[in-house]
Design a protein around this ligand. Structure first.
Ligand SMILES: NC(=O)c1ccc[n+]([C@@H]2O[C@H](COP(=O)([O-])OP(=O)(O)OC[C@H]3O[C@@H](n4cnc5c(N)ncnc54)[C@H](OP(=O)(O)O)[C@@H]3O)[C@@H](O)[C@H]2O)c1
Length: 277
């Protein structure tokens, strides 16, 4: 992945380009909060917004995108099908509801939010249909470990183009990154800044001094230099701008290794094999 500026993107397996920096909107309230966050992100140069049906803010995301003067084809919108729709066989209905709330004819990326056991291969069949209908420019998965991917590969006619997983200095999962990259699946980091906790890791104190950048900026830059798409969340304008101010420095390979070595295989969010929702 060549990292240039905030407008930069990575090419997915089908040729679609995905901006490698996006705004996450988990736990962002529908209405003014999400509308402002998206507006400030667009003003700062972001073109990629990551939402999900379960976040219950797709309407606000849609309102903000519509209110901006930016042409639809310059925006990249990701949303995700929720687990209940997988369980009760309403994937198409869930997808269409997302389109309605987002006020768009298509999404740029549609993901299976979690690998619901016994369901996700059937869900993928429906997601393939959605892709073939042209209403999702790209499709992928989220929270899939190696064994979930291998199970999916057995029946998939279209390979997932993206795998969005928890990823930060305490949860690197390098073998999963390598596996995805070997199949041309873009790896995407959720909770990339450990919900702000990267600020407490001593190594980043040193690296902050060296690069004159905050721990958050260093971690987001680490993602990009590792070829990982990243989607930090904030509802504050200064932080949204700050999190995108990562294109005027470059980490050395040694420092990337030092950050990799912080790995503790530690999940802060739910584990893909034991989630209960
Ligand atoms: N696929 C999945 O299962 C899944 C799961 C979780 C998340 N996600 C996606 O990934 C996105 C990012 O993950 P996340 O929201 O869990 O966590 P995150 O981006 O690692 O961290 C967000 C938290 O950090 C704070 N923050 C943001 N910028 C900061 C800065 N510069 N300095 C200090 N604190 C800062 C935010 O607070 P303020 O908002 O108050 O600034 C918020 O509390 C989500 O929004 C969502 O789109 C996907």
């Amino acid at each position: 992945m060549i990292v240039s500026d905030i407008k930069g993107s990575v090419e997915l397996a089908n040729g679609v380009r995905m901006p490698y920096l996006g705004l996450g909107v988990f736990k962002t309230q529908d209405g003014a909060e999400v509308e402002n966050a998206v507006k400030w992100a667009l003003e700062a140069g972001y073109r990629h917004i990551d939402t999900a049906a379960i976040y219950q803010n797709e309407r606000g995301v849609g309102n903000a995108l519509k209110a901006s003067a930016i042409p639809r084809d310059e925006l990249f919108i990701t949303t995700k099908i929720w687990n209940d729709n997988q369980r009760n066989g309403t994937v198409i209905e869930g997808f269409e509801e997302s389109l309605k709330l987002l006020q768009t004819d298509y999404v740029d990326l549609y993901l299976i939010h979690w690998p619901v056991k016994g369901k996700f291969t059937a869900t993928w069949k429906t997601i393939e249909e959605i892709y073939r209908s042209g209403r999702a420019r790209a499709i992928g998965v989220s929270n899939f470990l190696q064994h979930h991917l291998e199970e999916l590969f057995q029946s998939a006619e279209i390979m997932p183009m993206v795998n969005q997983v928890e990823c930060h200095p305490y949860l690197v999962q390098q073998p999963l990154i390598d596996l995805c990259h070997s199949y041309n699946i873009v790896y995407e980091a959720w909770s990339p800044i450990m919900r702000g906790k990267v600020n407490d890791i001593p190594l980043f104190g040193k690296l902050s001094q060296k690069y004159q950048k905050s721990p958050v900026q260093i971690v987001l830059r680490w993602d990009l230099q590792k070829g990982i798409v990243t989607i930090p969340k904030s509802v504050h304008q200064e932080r949204i701008q700050h999190n995108a101010d990562i294109f005027d420095f470059e980490l050395t390979l040694e420092d990337i290794d030092l950050i990799d070595a912080l790995d503790q295989d530690r999940h802060f969010g739910a584990h893909p094999d034991t989630f209960t929702f």
